[in-house]
Design a binder for this molecule. Sequence first.
Ligand code: FES
Ligand SMILES: [Fe+2]
Length: 374
Amino acid sequence: MESEFQYLSAIVPNEYYHDAAIFEKEKLALFQNSWIFIGMSMNLENHNDFLTDEIGGVSVVVQNFRGTLRAFHNVCTHRFNKIQNAKQGNRALICEYHGWNYNTDGIPFGIPLKAEFKGLDEPTLKKLCLKSFQVDTCGKFVFVNIDNNTQSLSDFLGDSKARLLQISQMIGRKIEYNEVPNAANWKVVIENTLEGYHISTVHPNTFYKLGFNLKSQMQCEIHGPHTNMTIQTGDLTPNMQREKFHKMIAKRPFQPDGFFHQLIFPNLSIGSAWGVTVYIGSIKALSPTESVFTYELYETNLGEGVLLNESISSMVNFSATEFTHTTLKEDRAICENVQRGIMQTPEHKGILNSIELRIWEFQKAYSKLMNIEL
Ligand code: FES
Ligand SMILES: [Fe+2]
């Protein structure tokens, strides 16, 4: 789809990046109203595997019940303890406070001293069931929707589905899981991932050294609120060493010509350089001025079920971890600085160039849900 990018000015005013009332509105209008990525299906393969998250202020658990994934409000209906407390694990859906157990329909059973409760009959237990939410997958990506009346995941993803399926195919060994806190609004962090304009200035020892610079060509795809870009290196001469290495892993399923980044609106961020490794990250809003970037970093496979051999794997792991940590540290420092600047200029909006058009697209989708007049 062609972008309608034509404006110099960004759309979203700076006050939206720190205001407490706006933050509350986002919880309802955005996070509780969209399909939100909660994790990868590899973490939910076995009976009783679970993942938890807060979506728009609502604690959610996705649990595997003998092969079926269900999503529930993660709050016990007895006296409101949070049921699953780890981010992920393998454990029955049982409350740690007084031991109420929940079945695949979210109905409590196996209640200790049940006879001591008056009138805890079948119909009452059914009324005490956990609120359930929609859960669906695209390839290995698992999404939850708090609002049970919105469009299907497939319609929501639209033309971006093919990318998620392709990236699902490349997933090999997990290199690491990491959480990077940012003293910055979640949108500052998202917007930073959407452009390659800052690469030469912010990432001199990683992206820039690999050949990404202001001469780099960028291709964008805009699929509704979801966008991606592929940035090629600005080098005119081929990098023989890199090409030799890429030949050794020529069977990898995803081979973008440079650095690929995908945003699934609002906050799933995926990045891969040449399809050698991929990070799958989620930028979570903690408060109006704090967010956390959680991600899993994976090495590619060489076709279904074929992992990299050990020497290639350890080389890839070392450089991908170094690269990711360095860039995230640099991005974090910039985002935190930008946040301070934004708070001193609440009435302003940013200025965008054509390389930053994905920010414009992101803000357009955001504005629509938040009812900001364009
Ligand atoms: S609060 Fe969960 S069993 Fe009592
Ligand atoms: Fe960056």
